[in-house]
Design a protein around this ligand. Structure first.
Ligand code: AMP
Length: 357
């Protein structure tokens, strides 16, 4: 694909805040956005030239969408892989493609894939029954985190377990679905590397951020992450391996646990722009959303030099209802336009530039 001229249509599968911010970045580069999402009036659709409201499995609508778009991407990793493959069959350039999507949809295949390309994870065991769970818990020294293999996000579909707990009840609570039991990683901090890869294989990685979670939900991301140059270089090289091995085109994130001795263990992959990269538009020469659109459009990637130190804080639920006067002059506020401020729901974020880099 040659580079898309301004005025071209970029299609986004998924209608959430990531699509909305991708759409804003695309608009700034002169593109039109079409959003494909089953929900009525989702955040991304409200800034789009067109909203295709249909199920992700609706082939007739997918076909028409493929025809209407010059390139297609996604903002949500639970899009059915078959739908992405169908769009590709229709001749639509879908970037990043299906591989990284497929790998990241299932925690077990994700971890096996990471290990197969030399990226270490914590210990894990596949779980298909309460019996498996008892054996796996023993193998993990009596403690672990049970997670559904598919469809979990923001701490949903996860239960912490130890020997003596009612394992049958815990497995029933997840709905008897395929799961994995992960060893609890005694991390010193969590970081992520947000990396972009262009169609011609060039990569740019943002400085890793240090990420703080509560109840499985990201609360803050801080850059720089405070680690040594060696550990940072190692983290970047892991993300580069991942981007190359998946042939991903666009932005992706690698979440890592950092142990006291600097060992890095991968937690998970996001095959898309990532919440822990929300500080980049305010602190770097090119932000993650523009970078992704550049890769999707076949444009050269922009420089990711970090100009400011930054802190990003998510606004969850009613936190986003604070009046604008609440924030200091140095706070950059982004709100997602979601109507219902349910507890724990990501409604917006604030970035502070905390110093010159
Ligand atoms: P996840 O949805 O799997 O990324 O989990 C959300 C958050 O829960 C992570 O960012 C960690 O803070 C914590 N967490 C998940 N898995 C583990 C683990 N195996 N050991 C320790 N903490 C974990």
């Amino acid at each position: 694909m040659t580079s898309l001229p301004p005025g071209s249509v970029i299609g986004i599968l998924g209608g959430g805040q990531l699509g909305r911010m991708l759409g804003s970045a695309a608009a700034r580069l002169g593109f039109d956005i079409h959003v494909y999402a089953p929900d009525e009036n989702p955040p991304a659709a409200r800034i789009a030239a067109k909203h295709w409201q249909a199920a992700y499995e609706d082939k007739a609508t997918l076909k028409a969408f493929a025809k209407a778009c010059d390139a297609i991407t996604y903002e949500f990793e639970n899009i059915p892989v078959a739908s992405v493959e169908y769009l590709i069959e229709q001749g639509a350039p879908v970037r990043p493609g299906a591989k990284s999507l497929e790998v990241s949809q299932d925690r077990l295949s994700e971890k096996r894939f990471l290990n197969s390309i030399g990226i270490t994870t914590g210990h894990f065991e596949a779980i298909d029954s309460a019996d498996d769970l008892a054996k796996a818990l023993e193998a993990l020294s009596g403690e672990g985190l049970l997670k559904t293999r598919r469809d979990g996000y923001d701490g949903k579909g996860q239960v912490r377990l130890k020997t003596g707990d009612d394992l049958a009840a815990a497995y029933a609570e997840l709905g008897h679905v395929p799961a994995i039991l992960e060893a609890l990683v005694p991390f010193e901090r969590e970081i992520s590397v947000v990396i972009a890869r262009s169609a011609d294989g060039r990569t740019t990685a943002f400085d890793p951020s240090m990420n703080d979670h509560a109840g499985g939900i990201l609360r803050t991301s801080i850059a720089p992450c405070g680690l040594s140059d060696d550990v940072i270089a190692h983290a970047r090289s892991l993300a580069e391996t991942l981007a190359a091995e998946t042939g991903h085109v666009g932005v992706m994130a690698l979440e890592l646990f950092v142990l006291n001795d600097g060992t890095l263990l991968a937690n998970e992959i996001a095959p898309r722009v990532h919440n822990s990269g929300h500080w980049t538009p305010e602190a770097c020469l090119t932000g993650q959303f523009e970078q992704h659109i550049r890769a999707v459009a076949g444009w050269p990637l922009g420089p990711v030099t970090r100009v400011f130190d930054a802190e990003m804080r998510n606004l969850l639920g009613k936190e986003a209802l604070a009046p604008p006067e609440t924030y200091s002059d140095d706070a950059v506020l982004t709100l997602y336009g979601k109507r219902d401020a349910k507890p724990g729901r990501k409604m917006g974020h604030v970035v502070w530039r905390t110093g010159k880099a």
